[in-house]
Design a protein around this ligand. Structure first.
Ligand code: 6GU
Length: 236
């Protein structure tokens, strides 16, 4: 999977992806992350990449010319998605990440200021994506969220089981995890996890997942089919 990121801050993208799992994935050649500096393409004599909004109003708008020229310099030969990260986009979800992970190459545009000239969106953008209902200073952190969540779905990047068994694939939040020691500052690991009875442990974990979901994300249960076992837990 190749990510080509058009940004005013290439170092933010390159430095943040140079650790841990994403670093190893790049070393193994499973993913490739390129950052293209939009400023390198401006024709403005002061190297400006933004200008005042037509119609007036607060803030600055990123100009079309440097973004389109940057895109044309790296445009993949095959059909591809061009993602523009914006709070005005469609909400990003695990399902969206799964769709994107099927692509070979993804172009990502990071906006700043009050956004980019609408003509860029009309001319090249295929997907406008928001990572949630809050406002960031720019698209770079959102781009990192997309790169990270898609990369871990690329075959070989993480152990396969982890990718499948998680929250959002079962539709419930994860159960609590514990590691050694069995007692820490007087707080004990739940007895059942030490009992060695795998069926009992499975049931306990399922119940904990249900409780956690009810407490923190009751909205997830609206589209969730409870099993008979789940119902029994909840009635008791
Ligand atoms: Cl993609 N960009 C910005 N600037 N803010 C956001 C966002 C994106 N998603 C949520 N908030």
């Amino acid at each position: 999977m190749v990510f080509k990121v058009l940004t005013l801050f290439p170092e933010v993208i390159l430095s943040a992806t140079n650790y841990s799992i994403l670093k190893r994935a790049q070393q193994k050649g499973l993913i490739k992350i390129e950052a293209i500096n939009i400023r390198d393409f401006t024709m403005n004599k002061h190297k400006r990449t933004d200008d005042y909004p037509y119609g007036g109003g607060f803030g600055m708008v990123m100009s079309a010319q440097p973004i389109i020229d940057a895109y044309e310099s790296i445009k993949p030969a095959k059909p591809h998605r061009v993602i523009y990260l914006t709070p005005q986009g469609k909400t990003y979800t695990q399902r969206y990440a799964e769709q994107l992970s099927k692509e070979k190459e993804i172009v990502i545009i990071c906006g700043h200021y009050e956004g980019i000239d609408q003509r860029v969106i009309d001319m090249i953008v295929t997907d406008e994506i928001s990572i949630g209902d809050y406002v960031l200073t720019g698209g770079e952190y959102a781009a990192l969220v997309v790169i990270d969540s898609v990369s871990r779905l690329v075959k070989g990047v993480i152990e396969e089981k982890s990718a499948q068994e998680e929250s959002f694939s079962t539709g419930l939040l994860e159960y609590p995890q514990y590691t050694r020691p069995a007692e820490f500052r007087g707080k004990k690991v739940p007895e059942i996890l030490l009992c060695g009875d795998h069926e009992k442990i499975r049931k306990w974990r399922r119940y904990q997942s249900l409780l956690k979901t009810i407490k923190n994300r009751p909205d997830l249960l609206e589209n969730f089919e409870l099993t008979n076992e789940d119902r029994e837990f909840l009635i008791k």
